[in-house]
Each structure stands twice: as C-alpha cells, then as structure tokens.
Design a protein. Structure first.
Length: 276
C-alpha cells in the first residue's frame, strides 16, 4: 500500500514537532514497544528498549565495528550500543531537534568519542562505498520517498559481508483501507508493505535475507497498553511541556490508533551484503 510523495524537509519538521514529547515518554527512543501479554507490567520506556535490543541483537555487533544508525531519533539507541557493545556509531536524521538531543545525550553518557550525529538523507548518503560494518534502521525506512533507492544506498555504504537489520510496520489486512490511510498519513508513511513485500524489497536491493519475524500482536497489538502507560506519565509531561502541548501531541497521533490491532504488523528483518 502506498501514498503520495512526502518531502524530506516535511519529515524533519514532523519529527521536530513530535520528538520532544515522544523523547520524554520513551526515554530517547521514538520507536515502538514490546509487551508479552496484557499482564506484562514492564514500564513503557523498558518495553520500548526491548525493541532496541531485539532488533540490534540480530546484527551481532562486535567491539570496534562501524555502525550507521539510519534515522537515529534522539540518540538513545546509538548511545546504548556505543556504551555497552563498544561500537562506533554514526547516526543520521533529518530532524534538527533530534541531532541536538542526541549529541547532548552522548556527551552526558561519555561516549562522544564513539558516537556522532549529523543531518543525513539516506536517499543520497555522503559516505564512500564500504564505509560501515552494519546498518540499523528502526522504523525509519517507510518515510523514504523511494524505498528501493534507500535500500540500495544502504547496501552501497556497507562493506562486503556487512549486515543490515531494520524494523518497521507492515500491512496485515487491507480490509478497512480508510483506517490504514489515516495511520499512514499520521506517521508520514510513503509505503506500508506486507512482510513478503519487505523481504522482496531487501532482496531486490541485493541483500541476502537471513532472518525475519512478524511480531505485530506484541507491538501494535498492544496499543491499549501504550495508552494506559502514557497516561501514567501525563502529569510529568504537563509539568514540563504544558497541557496544550500535550493536547496537541495527542491530536497529532489520533490517526495512529485508527486501525484495528490486527491490521498493522511489525516486521524485524536482518540481511547481509554478499561478500563477492
């Protein structure tokens, strides 16, 4: 399922407007959460960090490796990986807020020597061929103007034998297209592939797909748990940003909750650039 083209500058503005409160809610990680069941009482920020670990574990990162975090958000994932795994991370984003917040987070954690954040459009990367050992893309690929072009660029900057892992939404049911269209418009999604289409996109770019999973029921399927967890932080958010800012944030995300929980999946895929 596809929608009209979205200018990268508009994507940057989209995140500049939403990331400050999102950063507060999810502790520097703007991607989704992962709860095992309705009785799982894990706090929201830890449920979000589960996705970080679940996706990055598939990369098999080693100390000293060079990682491109394509669509790095406010930097918490990159900082975590640099601190705990000893990798060197380059994070790119089209959001000025996210770059500033990520640099602030890296300095506070003491990993500025291993992490750098910069403005970057993954449609046309400034890095030479074979620059990175691994690429991470947490819910950033669907904002691309041309998904095939982005994957080809990420393929180009990976060394032979390098790995890519990404997570993103997928289409599980097109039976109620108006609900899905509201979801896509709210998140500025250009595409909403099925799992099979995600696999084909990766293979068409030249990657050898090594692992994939569909964990939508524990991710988007737990959207009601997110709402309850977010409400627990309501007073803290209002104290920092004001009631009107929170109300605007909520209005901007109404379309996110429009689909039925079985309509939107969540794909994690890991692949490799062939050595020859």
């Amino acid at each position: 399922m596809t929608s009209e083209l979205i200018n990268p500058a508009d994507i940057g503005t989209h995140y500049d407007e939403r990331s400050p409160i999102g950063d507060e809610f999810r502790n520097g990680q703007l991607h989704m959460w992962y709860w095992y069941d309705n009785e799982d009482d894990t706090p929201l920020k830890d449920a979000v960090h589960r996705i970080s670990r679940k996706v990055t574990d598939t990369l098999g990162l080693r100390p000293g490796e060079r990682l491109l975090d394509a669509g790095c958000g406010p930097g918490e994932t990159a900082v975590y990986l640099a601190k705990n795994l000893g990798v060197h991370v380059t994070g790119i984003t089209v959001s000025a807020f996210e770059i500033d917040k990520a640099n602030e987070r890296a300095a506070a954690t003491g990993v500025s020597d291993r992490v750098r954040f910069e403005y970057g459009d993954y449609m046309d990367l400034a890095y030479p061929d074979d620059s990175f050992d691994a690429v991470l893309a947490l819910e950033s690929l669907q904002n691309a103007q041309d998904l095939g072009q982005v994957l080809r660029e990420l393929y180009r900057v990976l060394r032979p034998g390098g790995r890519i892992s990404f997570s993103d939404f997928s289409l599980e049911s097109a039976a109620d297209p108006d609900r899905v269209a509201k979801f896509m418009d709210t998140l500025k999604l250009r595409e909403l592939p099925t799992l099979a289409e995600w696999i084909e996109h990766a293979r068409s770019a030249g990657f050898e797909v090594e692992e994939y999973t569909q964990c939508g029921p524990r991710v988007f399927g737990k959207k009601s748990k997110y709402i309850r967890s977010a409400m627990d932080q309501r007073d803290t958010i209002i104290a920092k940003f004001g009631e009107e800012a929170l109300a605007e944030f909520s209005r901007n995300h109404l379309g996110f909750f429009a689909p039925r929980k079985d309509q939107i999946g969540y794909v994690i895929l890991s692949a490799r650039k062939p050595r020859h």
